[in-house]
Design a protein around this ligand. Structure first.
Ligand code: ZN
Ligand code: FE
Length: 260
């Protein structure tokens, strides 16, 4: 099984998972890069069949290419039942299973509200993959457009509890700018410093910093670390008062990042 990050717009990734014949794409905001990757001479010399589309949430940079792909390929489109997304044929909710024969993928649906209210993530336990859309980014998390800090914290708690070696396929290349904030919040975190060096090298070569992994995110992502005593201390210093509980600590951290 192969995993390819197709670039779209300024900083979106459309993840394509494929075997030698067929492919699944995640959050196709634009059909053009998907069409190019499926065509002969794209990801495979003989070309690939599109087998299905997975959608995490309703934002146009994740859904804008669905209609054009469906004109060319008649395939199932999985997407959150709680959101109204044109083209979705298989509405999914928390705990649902998605089984795809080729490329072989068994996925579990996790509802992860926060960025949007119906946002879902797809976890493939056997393949060790997490498709998390705009919920978890490397060294960051999505903005709270629709949900509350409490919802997002709970969503991130769930993702952070997945096996450490799970590869994390986020929908945006935001890592380097996220790390600037992460280093500001945790200046003494050696893992963050080392990771930033590696990410800067990758970007200098125009290579993705993703996939990340759950275990790396637990070490470098301040939004998975708002319970850490040093992070709480920094919050207290920055806001001039201590967070009352972990939800407030998370909310303060998200606010700080918004204003950073
Ligand atoms: Zn979004
Ligand atoms: Fe997005």
């Amino acid at each position: 099984m192969h995993i390819v990050a197709l670039q779209a717009f300024r900083d979106n990734y459309i993840w394509m998972i494929h075997d030698t014949r067929s492919a699944v794409v995640v959050d196709p905001g634009d059909a053009a890069p998907v069409m190019a990757a499926l065509a002969p001479g794209g990801a495979q010399a003989q070309g690939l069949q599109l087998a299905g589309i997975l959608v995490t949430h309703h934002h146009p940079d994740h859904t804008g290419g669905i209609a054009a792909l469906l004109q060319r390929w008649r395939v199932p489109v999985w997407g959150p039942a709680a959101e109204d997304i044109a083209g979705v044929t298989e509405a999914v909710a928390d705990g649902d299973r998605v089984r795809i024969a080729a490329p072989r993928l068994d996925l579990e649906v996790l509802e992860v509200p926060g960025h949007t209210l119906g946002h879902v993530a797809y976890h493939a336990p056997q393949a060790g993959l997490l498709l998390c859309g705009d919920t978890l980014f490397s060294a960051g998390c999505g903005r709270l457009f629709e949900g509350t800090a409490q919802q997002m914290l709970h969503s991130l708690d769930r993702l952070g509890a997945l096996p450490g070696d799970t590869r994390v396929l986020c929908a945006h290349e935001y890592t380097v700018s996220n790390l600037q904030f992460a280093r500001h919040v945790e200046p003494a975190n050696a893992d963050t410093e080392e990771y930033e060096r590696w990410c800067l090298q990758r970007r200098a070569q125009q290579l993705p910093t993703l996939p990340s992994s759950v275990q790396r995110e637990l070490r470098v992502n301040p939004f998975l670390r708002s319970d850490q005593p040093l992070v709480r201390e920094q919050l207290t210093q920055h806001f001039g008062r201590a967070p009352a509980d972990r939800v407030e600590a998370f909310a303060m951290l998200r606010q700080w990042k918004n204003d950073f």
